[in-house]
Design a protein around this ligand. Structure first.
Ligand SMILES: [Zn+2]
Length: 119
């Protein structure tokens, strides 16, 4: 599993994937692997009232990845509290939420994912 953004033929990158590019309407056909990239925290928050199975407190950040001619922003959890301007990289996390916390159809969910960790 990789931490992936998607791109249309015109080089517009989004995270997560859109069926068609929100900028030009072309189909998003390419994968942009951000797994080993370092991004910058644009803004962050900490949620203390979380849904069942989501850790509390839950640290979230919007991270911007600079890809040369373009950039892409991604919202995700962080492993630790972060500050605006911090450098972070995606790290694989086996369970982003607790599968035992009242989820009726566990098979319907993706449990794995990535959190952002300070570098
Ligand atoms: Zn596009």
């Amino acid at each position: 599993m990789n931490f992936e953004a998607h791109s249309c033929p015109n080089g517009h990158v989004t995270y997560p994937r859109h069926t068609v590019c929100p900028k030009c309407g072309e189909e998003q056909t390419e994968i942009v692997d951000l797994t080993d990239e370092v991004g910058t925290v644009v803004t962050w928050t900490t949620s203390t009232a979380t849904p069942p199975g989501v850790r509390e407190p839950n640290h979230l950040a919007i991270v911007e990845f600079n890809l040369g001619e373009t950039n892409v922003r991604a919202l995700g959890q962080t492993t630790d509290p972060v500050e605006t301007g911090d450098q972070v990289t995606p790290v694989f996390c086996k369970e982003l939420r607790d599968p035992g916390a009242g989820i009726r159809e566990k098979e319907s969910q993706d449990w794995d994912g990535y959190r952002f960790s300070p570098v």
